[in-house]
Write a protein that binds this ligand. Sequence first.
Ligand SMILES: [Zn+2]
Length: 258
Amino acid sequence: MFNVTPIAIYEDNYVWLIQHQGKVCVVDPGHAEPVIEHLQKNGLTLDYILVTHKHWDHITGIAPLKQHYPLCQVYGTGHEEVPCLEHALLGGESLDLMGLTWQVVHTPGHTLGQIAFYVLDESGQGHLFSADNIFACGCGRMFEGSAEQFQASLASLVSFPASTLIYGTHEYTLANINFALHIEPNNTFTLHRQDLCTQLRDEGKATLPTTIGDELKSNPFLRWGQPDVIRAAEHHKGAPLHGPAQVFGEIRLMKDKF
Ligand SMILES: [Zn+2]
């Protein structure tokens, strides 16, 4: 059984804890104590750490975890500075970890060196650890890459099957939905999602994982081909836009100022 649990850290980050065939892995441990506490409470040790990119809220826990669990192996982006990195990944690799085959995808845009991890479990369910690429109804900020790079990265991630579960690293969903409805006020799926996610947050639950299918129906950063989204982007720009990257870039700019 492939089992994934969110460990909430800081204001709105998640460290994803993965268990499969008796092995334990965490993705982007930005803070060690909550992870150690969770592992101890559940009688677990740590075998692997996966790291998508260099930002402090994704890497700060690595060194202390490595100290606490010296046998655990650190896999992460080789494009950036990652503490204790033992297996540098550039994208395009497949890894055999926890009895499964993982695909590494290089996804420049949020940072230039960010990678994401995709794995298919034995039931045929896909799991995408999307880092700061795709959030529920949103995407990461464009700190380093160009709109062309970021849009191409997102396009490569959403080419996995629609049923794929997406584990983003931030609980920004309700704010993202507000923005999505600003872009597409008549999107009934997003309106339905707002009710659902409001209820989940009221119950103190995570709104993640999401799925590629749900994101394609409601995430304005992935809907660069939709007439309403193109219209909103062109209205903001005050000029015609040409192609997915330009539409995406304008929507990203609108969100930065929203
Ligand atoms: Zn980041």
